[in-house]
Design a protein. Structure first.
Length: 139
């Protein structure tokens, strides 16, 4: 099993604070002989309808020296998880979770915004200090 991201417990707490039930830590999205593990799986009941929203979350901290390399890795994982979910659980959507600082900095670059739009990446932005979800951004 791979090492947990630097903000893993912070993100988990932020999701729980937002009313999400963490169902998997990590979420196994293995297809055939290819092991795929998203950081978290979560679900939430929606109002009076009693329907469940289910998500797979991949976290990237963007605290390394090369945010571009981390972005490349995140994009590849995101796409692999999306494809895996098409086969395993098409009721669950994948989200890329990033700290607010990464959203306000690196993710505001024109090229990065173009990539987010091109690949239709859903982004969950969280506040590290307050352990809360700041935004759910869908392209």
């Amino acid at each position: 099993m791979s090492r947990k991201d630097f903000y893993h417990s912070t993100l988990r707490k932020a999701l729980e604070n937002d009313g999400w039930l963490i169902t998997d830590d990590p979420l196994d999205l293995t297809i055939g002989e290819v092991e795929l593990l998203a950081d978290l799986g979560a679900e939430k009941l929606i109002g009076a309808q009693k329907d469940q929203t289910k998500i797979a979350v991949e976290l990237k901290s963007f605290i390394n020296q090369s945010p571009v390399s981390e972005f490349h890795k995140a994009l590849g994982q995101y796409e692999n998880y999306r494809l895996s979910l098409e086969e395993l659980d098409n009721t669950r959507t994948v989200w890329l979770a990033i700290p607010q600082e990464a959203w306000q900095g690196f993710f505001q670059r024109d090229f990065i915004q173009k990539v987010v739009q091109r690949f239709q990446i859903s982004i969950l932005v969280f506040d590290v200090q307050q352990e809360k979800i700041v935004s759910w951004i869908t392209p």
